[in-house]
Design a protein around this ligand. Structure first.
Ligand SMILES: Cc1cc2nc3c(=O)[nH]c(=O)nc-3n(C[C@H](O)[C@H](O)[C@H](O)COP(=O)(O)OP(=O)(O)OC[C@H]3O[C@@H](n4cnc5c(N)ncnc54)[C@H](O)[C@@H]3O)c2cc1C
Length: 625
């Protein structure tokens, strides 16, 4: 049976569902092909969303009109804002989720689009005519014609799962690998590589001695990810606690004895693992001086007996895992329902895609998610959204969608992937974003909903509400910059917190810059023009936004100035077909890298590793000519 769609999305993981939903919202006919219909949006590893920098990505996805935030809110059983004790740039929302409900919600969201057809099957071949995608073929020999293909194949391409010295083919526990697609892409001229990731054992909750473990509760006032979630009904589900325990020398010693049967240390696993999410055996080897490692016991769901042991990812033999677990406080009698394992899979080094995530080799072919060498649901979802918007925009002849590093973490991630490529799983960090004070999780909607609306993912009504919110912040700021608090009022507060008193009355905007003073407290004092402040006083969101803007004003201004300075290089475009090979004065490495990445601008060229400052000067001279 032959079929015809605008876009075929290969894979219904976190990247795939965002790609499909975005292009469907833009009005196109989408086939979402997945190897298992019931596994749409399955959480392969931990049942959690967000966390440091990843939480920023989820808020950005949501601000652009993506679906991850809504699904996480609907299935969340614990919500926490991480890093609250640090500056607002690094506050990061995280949720613990009910694994089963997450998938159910993801299926519901996908099903709500009439123009998405879910096809169960495995894509083995991409057909190309004149360097442009024309169709895909399934393992059942079904032909699906299309104008664009977005590959979101996760950890499935030639997936091989390892526990001890036993290796079995599979994309993840209980699921077959995807075979044939890598080979097809290599035939088309792409370069592939091999990576690995791992997961910890799952434990029976009824066999854990909870009474002796440290409790980790959620926030008292949980905040949703989605700007569209109705906070009056939130959280939707009963909330649960996580717990904390630790490894110690006796646990490490048992694990070390199993190293001779470790697929990592005996050379069975060739793929490179995630540096920042290492297995427990990796941690023992790399951080020899650390006597213990934190472990988090995280429930897999409200009705589930499974506990996910975060921090204990391992591919050692099952019996070694169990023996070590029994030495851990609270787990002395634990029943291991499923051992941890590692999975090796093919990826395609991401210098092969453009900033739109379209491949440089084949028009209409996009890569998103783990296939680009990233690790994590949020990184995958963000790329899926960008690829989905761009594939649809190209078909609809709309402007392409590229976010700058100064606009979003998503922009930082894609820029890093394309310019630096990656040889190990890439995960997002706040430290990767040089303008992070501008890219806070709390202002993602103010930064990005313009694009969500432009590409029809955010309704005019919602966009109008966000614009109104922006206006309220500006007006509020104007008030705080003019309204003064009399000195006798403010001095009470200053004495209380041990600060020197003031002689004259001071404007609120200046007072709030004192690190120890909170805007909420200042607003409780009697000001010279009290009644005009009533709206701000009753709006916690406004208070938070104004406090951040005013307290960090100096830093924010400095970052904005830097952005302006670098912006001029971002707009100095380099023609796509520019022939670097004729520029003999470029360094050899610089020439090779520029030829490989094909940057769009001088700004992008300057971020490619191996391209020197002198290469950039030579390029500038040549381009000006
Ligand atoms: C064992 C394990 C441990 C992990 N540990 C971590 C971790 O510690 N930290 C972390 O951040 N991330 C971890 N991850 C990675 C995380 O699961 C992924 O980053 C994330 O799920 C990637 O999303 P994705 O959309 O790219 O792919 P996935 O969520 O993997 O989805 C892939 C989808 O593609 C489909 N598919 C594949 N090939 C084909 C084909 N040819 N035809 C049709 N459909 C196809 C599959 O059926 C599936 O629906 C782990 C994953 C696994 C499996």
């Amino acid at each position: 049976m032959n079929k015809n769609y605008d876009i075929v999305v290969v894979g219904a993981g976190h990247a795939g569902i965002e790609a499909a939903c975005a292009s469907a919202k833009m009005g196109l006919q989408v086939a979402l092909v997945t190897m298992e219909k019931n596994a749409i949006g399955r959480m392969s590893c931990n049942p959690a969303v967000g966390g440091t920098a990843k939480g920023h990505l989820v808020r950005e996805i949501d601000a652009l009109g993506g679906v991850m935030g809504i699904i996480a809110d609907q299935s969340g059983i614990q919500f926490r804002m991480l890093n609250r004790s640090k500056g607002p740039a690094v506050w990061s929302p995280r949720s613990q989720n009910d694994r089963k409900l997450y998938t159910e919600m993801a299926i519901k969201v996908v099903d709500s689009y009439k123009n998405i057809t879910v096809v169960e099957g495995s894509i083995v071949e991409i057909l190309v005519e004149n360097k442009k995608v024309s169709a895909v073929i399934t393992s059942e020999n079904e032909l699906i014609y299309c104008n664009a293909v977005i590959i979101c194949s996760g950890t499935f391409l030639n997936g091989l799962m390892h526990t001890g010295l036993i290796a079995v083919s599979g994309g993840r526990f209980g699921e077959m690998p995807s075979t044939g697609l890598t080979e097809c892409l290599v035939r088309l001229g792409f370069e592939s590589g091999r990576l690995k990731t791992g997961t910890p054992p799952r434990l029976n909750k009824n066999s854990i001695n909870w009474a002796i473990l440290e409790v980790q509760p959620g926030d008292e006032n949980p905040q949703p990810f989605s700007f569209r979630t109705d906070t009056s009904e939130f959280p939707y589900l009963p909330q649960v606690n996580c717990h904390i325990t630790y490894t110690d020398a006796s646990v490490h010693s048992i694990l070390e004895k199993g190293f001779n049967e470790s697929p990592m240390f005996t050379g069975l696993i060739r793929g490179i693992g995630p540096r920042y999410c290492p297995s427990i055996e990796d941690k023992i080897v790399r951080f020899k001086d650390k006597e213990r490692h934190h472990l988090f016991l995280e429930p897999e769901g409200l009705d589930s007996d499974l506990i996910y042991l975060n921090g204990f990812s391992t591919s050692l033999p099952a019996e070694v895992q169990l023996k070590a677990l029994h030495k851990i406080k609270g787990l002395e009698e634990v029943e291991m329902i499923r051992p941890g394992y590692a999975v090796e899979y093919d990826f395609f080094p991401p210098h092969q895609v453009d900033l739109t995530l379209e491949t440089k080799l084949i028009a209409g072919l996009y890569f998103a998610g783990q296939i680009n060498g990233t690790s994590g649901y949020e990184e995958a979802a963000a790329q899926g959204l960008v690829a989905g918007i761009n594939a649809a925009a190209k078909i609809l002849q709309m402007e392409e969608f590229v976010l700058k590093r100064s606009e979003a973490y998503i922009g930082v991630m894609i820029d890093d992937l394309v310019n630096k490529s990656t040889e190990e799983p890439y995960r997002m960090f706040t430290s990767r974003a040089e303008h992070r004070l501008l890219l806070r999780q709390d202002n993602a909607d103010l930064r990005l909903s313009y694009y969500g609306n432009k590409y029809q993912l955010i309704s005019n009504e919602l966009f109008g509400q966000i614009k109104a919110k922006k206006k309220k912040i500006e007006e509020g700021r104007g008030l705080l910059e003019t309204i003064k608090i009399p000195s006798n009022e403010i001095n009470h507060l200053l004495v209380k917190i041990g600060e020197s008193e003031t002689e004259a009355s001071e404007v609120i905007a200046k007072l709030v810059k004192r690190p120890e003073l909170k805007l909420k407290e200042i607003l409780q004092l009697k000001s010279e023009n009290d009644f005009v402040l009533s709206e701000i006083k009753n709006n916690n969101y406004l208070i938070e936004q104004l406090e951040i803007e005013l307290k960090y004003e100096g830093y924010i201004k400095r970052q904005e100035e830097v952005v302006k300075k670098v912006e001029k290089f971002e707009t100095l475009n380099i023609p796509l077909n520019f022939n670097y090979l004729i520029l003999n004065s470029l360094s050899t490495e610089g020439r090779e890298k520029l030829f490989k990445v094909k940057p769009r601008s001088i700004g992008q060229a300057s971020r490619i590793s191996g391209v020197t400052a002198s290469d950039i000067s030579i390029l500038l001279v040549y381009l000006r000519k």
